[in-house]
Ligand binder design. Structure first.
Ligand code: PMP
Length: 293
């Protein structure tokens, strides 16, 4: 095992300090590319097929041909985790349009760059999972699906970054993004759920959100426990008057939300449904996944 982290770069494992791509890469110049964030828990990669399918779907949608099969991609991810000796990790797969010239024309980019980074991640401090976080609605709206469909997990994250900056400027760890019409969309990098009378509600994917893989797992686990789950259009009023609220994402997992725009949600502490789901989700991630070796 090398002491320096190894990064998979176009078929080779190179040390972190040597893992470089050209400044003429259109991923760098224009945010032209796609990516995935994946987790490994307890020596297994969680929801690997789902993440790979979404990566290839995102690429297809932007006319980007990933120069390897899904099977090769999965093998490369497992190999990168293995050489780095990682059993619990965050995996970032990036496929950019590749090196071109200063014009937009992607035909100048002959070879996409494929990068797999495996590392540790901590999005929110541990205590926030116990206490819950406060969110604030930001003024920047989620991209319209008519302009750039949020279902594409592209390198173009400026929309989300601007929202994150607004939240940080407001002194809150996470921002709530609305659609152009003012309906609830999602967090800056997480999907949102509310709980009302022990039933779960989350915005449908067609509202213009990323169709989160954690969101899907949470919906399945909720139904397994016996809670009804509804994908419905939500207003801020629905959120303010919910019994519980939480956000979901690969990096964040499930984070309770106890205050939104100054309104206390429920009792102002993580609720019983949220806590049950966090528990169930943690058990699930420890058990299921594609073994690293
Ligand atoms: N929404 C956005 C905008 C995201 O970037 C992400 C992923 N970080 C999510 C939702 C959650 O998706 P997933 O559960 O697949 O990580």
């Amino acid at each position: 095992m090398s002491s320096e982290l190894l990064v998979w770069l176009n078929g080779e494992l190179v040390s972190k300090s040597q893992a470089k791509v050209s400044v003429f890469d259109h991923g760098f110049l224009y945010g032209d590319g796609v990516f995935e964030g994946i987790r490994a828990y307890n020596g297994k990669v969680f929801m690997l097929d789902e993440h790979i399918d979404r990566l290839y779907d995102s690429a297809k949608s932007i006319w980007l041909n990933i120069p390897m099969t899904k099977e090769e991609m999965k093998a490369a991810i497992l190999q990168t985790l293995k050489v780095n000796g990682l059993r619990d990790a965050y995996i970032r797969v990036v496929v950019s349009r590749g090196e071109g010239d200063l014009g937009l024309d992607p035909r100048k980019c002959l070879k996409p760059n494929v990068v797999i980074i495996t590392d540790k991640i901590e999005l929110f401090p541990n205590e926030l999972y116990e206490r819950g976080i406060e969110m604030v609605t930001v003024s920047v709206r989620r991209n319209s699906p008519q302009a750039l469909n949020p279902n594409i997990k592209s390198l173009n994250y400026l929309n989300n970054i601007l929202a994150k900056i607004e939240a940080i400027n407001a002194g809150k760890p996470e921002g709530l993004m609305l659609t152009l019409d003012g309906y609830v969309a999602e967090g800056t990098g997480e999907n949102i759920f509310i709980v009302k009378r022990h039933e779960l509600f989350t915005p449908p994917a067609y509202m213009g959100i990323l169709k989160g893989i954690t969101r899907k797992v949470v919906m399945d686990l909720s139904r397994e426990i016996g809670y009804l789950v509804h994908e419905v259009v939500l207003t801020l009023h629905d959120v303010y008057t919910a019994d519980e609220c939480f956000i979901t994402g690969t990096a964040a997992e499930i984070v309770p939300v106890v205050k939104v725009d100054g309104r206390v949600i429920g009792n102002g502490v993580p609720g019983s449904v949220t806590k049950a789901l966090i528990q169930k989700f943690r058990e699930y991630t420890q058990k299921f996944g594609v073994p690293i070796d």
